[in-house]
Design a protein around this ligand. Structure first.
Ligand code: 5GP
Ligand code: MN
Length: 343
């Protein structure tokens, strides 16, 4: 079934729903927040209330997308969040491919009586609890996919002006962050969508400033420190390895979201095709993987790092001491590249 046809079924479902809840993944990024706010504001403009519940808060630089601070965080307001989810008749799940990506919210999501719709661009959607799964791994972002879906609604009639600036701006924000400002995962449709957004009045200069030019001094200094003192290159593997320890976090006063994008930096080096960034947290090691060649970091993350994602951008977790991470990474990558005939 085409996405446009699925969009019509989704529109029918939305039209008959009274209590719509919109959710996305743990540690929401620009695509998660942008798609959730875009969906909510679309419904609001039609006179339909919907609430957004996130498992955990977004980093501060994304809060401008929810200026009235209306998102409810499960981590902070568990009882309220649970009662809203349990009371919903439709739950729209954005930018994640399996319930576990909502962490501590997944039990509530799975057992909720509401109909559930998944709209996502990750590989391997686990769709068993969903009435409709609109999955397009070719889409640069969930925001791009949601734009395509909303444009196929009979309400919109293919006219981006019908969506309004608030919706378009939120969707453009997720499109920009997930593509790293049109640097990766773009298709002709990505630019078609962006051109329509621009034409309809979205201020891309403003979004660029809000999303990419408001970092803290401490983030810049930490970036310098990690590139100089932590990054290790493995030319035989065409790989870069970098870690951030709890001590780095404390020394630089790092907030959630401050390290966004660090993993992309080593890919600027000639001959580095895989970049791995590991950051120590109190509970686990957060893994970020990027590729600019033909290595699927999605497969790598699934096989060795308890995670997944996209072919060129993936993540996961390790439950080993930070001092063991380097050895584990090199061994895993060697084995993976050998098995896949890359070395
Ligand atoms: P990032 O490196 O920006 O945290 O994540 C990159 C991509 O990998 C995201 O699109 C996200 O969906 C995926 N990802 C990150 N962490 C995890 C994880 O723990 N599990 C899975 N399955 N995917 C992840
Ligand atoms: Mn996304």
């Amino acid at each position: 079934m085409t996405i446009e046809k699925q969009a019509q079924d989704f529109e029918t479902m939305l039209d008959s729903a009274e209590k719509v809840t919109i959710i996305s993944h743990f540690n929401p990024d620009g695509d998660a927040i942008g798609s959730a706010v875009g969906m909510r504001e679309f419904l609001a403009a039609k006179g339909q209330d919907a609430r957004i519940i996130m498992p955990s808060p977004e980093p501060a630089f994304l809060s401008f997308l929810d200026p009235d601070d209306t998102i409810i965080y499960f981590s902070e307001n568990k009882e309220l969040a649970k009662s809203i989810i349990n009371d919903s008749d439709l739950i729209v799940c954005l930018d994640f491919n399996k319930p576990e990506r909502t962490e501590w919210m997944s039990g509530t999501l799975i057992s909720a009586k509401a109909e559930k719709v998944m709209i996502d661009h990750h590989l391997h959607p686990a769709g068993d609890i969903f009435s409709i799964v609109i999955s397009d791994p070719e889409a640069s972002s969930t925001c791009e996919l949601l734009y395509r879906i909303l444009m196929a609604f009979s309400y919109t009639e293919g006219d981006p002006y019908r969506l309004g600036l608030t919706v378009l701006t939120a969707l453009a924000a997720g499109l920009l962050t997930d593509t790293n400002n049109f640097n990766n995962s773009v298709t002709p449709y990505t630019f078609t969508a962006a051109a329509s957004m621009l034409q309809a009045g979205v201020d891309f200069d403003y979004l660029n400033n809000m999303l990419f030019k408001r970092f803290s001094e401490s983030r810049m200094r930490l970036m310098g420190h990690l590139l100089k003192d932590s990054m290790i290159l493995y030319p035989g593997l065409k790989a870069s390895f970098m870690t951030m320890t709890m001590d780095d976090r404390t020394a630089y006063g790092i907030q959630d979201g401050d390290t966004e994008g660090f993993v992309n930096l080593p890919l600027m080096i000639h001959d580095v095709e895989i970049s791995a960034f590991f950051s120590e947290t109190p509970d686990f090691i957060k893994v970020s993987l990027r590729s600019k060649g033909h290595v699927s970091v999605n497969s790598l993350a699934r096989k060795f790092f308890n995670g997944g994602g996209h072919e060129r951008a993936a993540g996961g977790r390790l439950y080993i001491p930070i001092s063991d991470v380097r050895g584990y990474f090199v061994e895993s990558l060697e084995q993976f590249l050998l098995e896949n005939g890359k070395i």
